[in-house]
Design a protein around this ligand. Structure first.
Ligand code: GTP
Ligand code: MG
Length: 709
């Protein structure tokens, strides 16, 4: 019954005072302000630290903030520090500087390397040849040499301990910004060559608001672009498809972009705006997130069983199979964990999608993987959430492991989910049976995690805390029956809490936008179907849609929601759409179905406003990152760090800083290895939220403030 799908990435407001970071109003009011990128001058009577760029008083022999010595050679000569091969054993570099590269692989000392700056890239000179430093993360030795003042000739030693941010860096004093430097490229146009050879030009703008997604099926891993399934997979979806597809991939349409004076007005048709079909409930996309093994899949499976979506007979089958494999305790998780590998390993790897009806909602369950290796998949799927259940393992040591900043996923998931724009969260404190339903344990978890969630920007009024036990069926779909819990907890049970969530706001009055999560093709039948969540607008059979980035037009042949065919779908619905009149090669996951007159931009060079996360590795000019946006994931390089922003005022506090460390807000530019379908955040939240990841962790969340190319 559940489908597995992989969705892309995305994000909204972030943490604490960061709450209004993504306010549209901020973005709009900031239009036209482009942070200057020139270095500001060093004030007289100060010297600038070559590592953290803090301007120190002349009298300071070392940086007040990061402790880099201004003239380290003097330290070497003071008799307390020995020298080795004329290199000072105490490098003179700060703990902060050391941290920049301590965690990086392949640290080796290079001899006689010099750097020259060229078009925002640092070029390394080795004999007469120049080679581009592709991997920014580089080496400490190289980096130090690149940035040290020209009159400084001291060597540095590598092999350094990790930096602990135990005192505020100068950049910590800034951060969080509301500045947006959008100015360019608004109102760009796309020229579409029609089949008859005529060219028409349409604007690429048109505001949409974020809503939520879902489709039925299996979400592909974020790094897969498309999936070609067997014809069976396509059957339920497209069995009525005719075979006369018009394949014109040879004449792929020429899509180019250029500026436009103003975007055309969009007028939705009456059927698009009409309310949900009679009797149908509001759809609520509910992400189930949390640390590995906290019980997310078991909770989802049990819930589906208790509300009648999984019959007793089916459940019996799962139990029998799980027992046979020696995994009896995973029987409910097997409802969602369908693949042999997931069952074998006892972990969820891709987001599973399932449905049930509560009193108020048609709930779409997005059961996310908790293991850190599958965070990209979690991002991809949970980005469509309207609300979330954060599952916590209450057992002794397990809650603490989830909260650990290094290995735990509780914090990362909470940060990500908040940055997807989700502001309603149910904290399901699970496995209370393992702690004898202790009120003290529950209160401790509530107090510690509550503090963190508040710092992420969740309001007390939008957090619901429920102690429960999935295994012992306490507080799931009825009030707790175990006296040890009912004696002190009188709040809502889980199903009640779900119904108490506010309905998500949908924007059906904007032009169609459906980021493609998954593609199913049948070469033999010549059929193509896509699935994803409608972020804006509406769809129905017969409608012409533009498939980006290929720029091909296609016609909607049929629609399916929750594995049932339907006549129309509107913003917020997760649907499978079969298309005709297009070659499968022109449809890809990470693409977007749009209104033919309002295509998304396709770009490689973007300006972002980002917030670096706690424990994030430093971001330097040239840093290679994974760029995630909706269902697309691309390699990217940071080409500029334009400015640091003050989170309180939104003002630029430092121009062109050398690097970004944890918890800083900044405006940066990235260049992607391949073009993505994108919108500015102010135009469409869902297509304008991005995540940067490196070395297996999310290092920054951000929004697109300007499409440069
Ligand atoms: P990932 O998807 O891999 O992150 O794991 P998960 O969070 O989905 O956990 P899963 O549902 O696979 O459950 C992990 C283990 O926790 C299984 O052995 C479950 O039986 C057990 N478990 C789940 N809920 C409870 C509970 O309420 N009490 C106890 N004691 N064990 C539970
Ligand atoms: Mg799971």
């Amino acid at each position: 019954m559940p489908r597995k799908v992989n969705y892309g990435v995305d994000y909204d407001e972030v943490y604490g005072d960061y709450e209004d970071y993504f306010d549209d109003s901020d973005i709009e009011s900031d239009a036209g302000e482009v942070p200057e990128v020139e270095q500001d001058l060093i004030k007289p009577g100060t010297w600038r630290c070559s590592i953290c760029t803090y301007d120190n008083d002349e009298s300071m022999p070392f940086c007040d903030i990061c402790e880099v010595f201004r003239e380290p050679s003097s330290i070497c000569n003071n008799g307390n520090n020995r020298t080795v091969h004329n290199m000072c054993e105490e490098s003179g570099a700060s703990i902060m500087a050391k941290s920049l590269f301590a965690s990086l692989p392949h640290q080796k000392q290079n001899m006689a390397i010099t750097f020259q700056r060229q078009n925002d890239d640092f070029m390394r000179k080795e004999t007469n040849n120049f080679c581009r430093i592709e991997n920014t993360q580089g080496e400490f030795y190289d980096f130090h040499n690149a940035f040290k003042p020209p009159n400084c000739s001291y060597p540095v030693i590598i092999g350094l301990p990790p930096f602990k941010f135990d005192c505020p860096s100068p950049d910590d004093l800034v951060s969080r910004g509301k500045q947006s430097s959008k100015a360019v490229s608004k109102g760009a146009l796309v020229s579409i060559t029609e089949k008859n050879g005529s060219v028409r030009t349409v604007p690429i703008t048109g505001r949409q608001e974020y809503s939520s997604p879902l489709a039925s099926g299996r979400q592909l891993p974020a790094n897969e672009t498309t999936r070609t399934s067997s014809e069976d997979n396509l059957h339920s979806l497209t069995n009525s498809l005719s075979m006369n597809l018009e394949v014109n991939s040879e004449r792929s349409r020429n899509v180019t972009t250029r500026r436009a004076a103003s975007p055309a007005q969009y007028k939705p048709e009456a059927w698009m705006l009409s309310d949900n079909e009679e009797g149908s409930k509001n759809q609520l996309n509910l992400a189930i997130v949390g640390h590995v093994d906290s019980g997310k899949s078991t909770l989802s499976g049990k819930l589906l069983h208790l509300v009648g979506r999984i019959s007793q007979k089916e459940m019996h089958k799962y139990e029998k199979e799980a027992k046979l494999k020696g995994k009896g305790s995973f029987a409910y998780a097997w409802v969602l964990d369908e693949s042999a590998e997931e069952r074998e390993r006892g972990i969820t790897m891709t987001v599973a999608v399932a449905y049930f009806d509560s009193k108020k909602y048609h709930v779409v369950v997005l059961d996310s993987p908790g293991h850190k290796d599958f965070v990209p998949n979690m991002i991809s799927g949970a980005t469509q959430a309207d609300a979330a259940i954060l599952v916590i393992d209450a057992s002794t040591g397990a809650f603490e492991a989830g909260m650990d900043s290094n290995g735990g996923q509780t914090k990362e998931h909470a940060q990500l989910i908040r940055s997807f724009g989700v502001d309603q969260i149910i904290v399901a404190v699970n496995k209370m049976d393992a702690v004898e339903y202790s009120k003290e344990r529950f209160e401790l978890i509530k107090q510690q995690l509550g503090m963190f969630l508040r710092s992420c920007g969740f309001k007390d009024s939008s957090m619901l805390w429920i102690p429960l036990s999935t295994i012992e069926n306490q507080n799931l779909v009825a009030a707790a029956s175990d006296g040890r819990l009912s004696s002190w907890y009188r709040g809502p049970y889980l199903l009640d809490a779900i119904d108490s969530l506010h309905p998500p706001v949908r924007d059906v009055s904007k032009p169609l936008l459906l980021p493609i999560c998954d593609v199913i093709k049948s070469h033999s039948l010549g059929q193509v179907a896509v699935s994803g969540k409608l972020e804006a607008g509406a769809l129905r059979s017969g409608l012409k849609v533009l498939v980006m980035p290929s720029g091909e037009l296609a016609t909607v042949r049929s629609l399916e929601r929750d594995s049932q065919s339907c006549t129309a779908a509107r913003a917020g619905d997760n649907v499978a759409v079969s298309l005709q009149g297009i070659d499968g090669g022109n449809v890809m996951a990470g693409g977007v179905l749009c209104h033919p007159d309002f295509p998304v931009a396709v770009a490689t060079h973007l300006e972002l406003k980002v917030l670096t996360l706690e424990a994030a590795m430093p971001i330097l000019i040239g840093s290679q990152v994974e760029f995630h946006v909706h269902h697309a994931k691309k390699a990217a390089r940071v080409v500029r760090i334009l400015s640091l922003l003050d989170q309180k005022t939104g003002k630029v506090t430092k121009r062109a800083p050398r690097c970004l460390t944890a918890k800083q807000s900044a405006v940066i530019e990235v260049v992607l290895g391949e073009a993505v379908c994108i919108r500015e955040f102010s135009d469409c939240r869902a297509l304008g939220r991005v995540f940067l990841r490196a070395s297996g962790r999310t290092i920054a969340v951000g929004i697109v403030t300007r499409i440069i190319e």
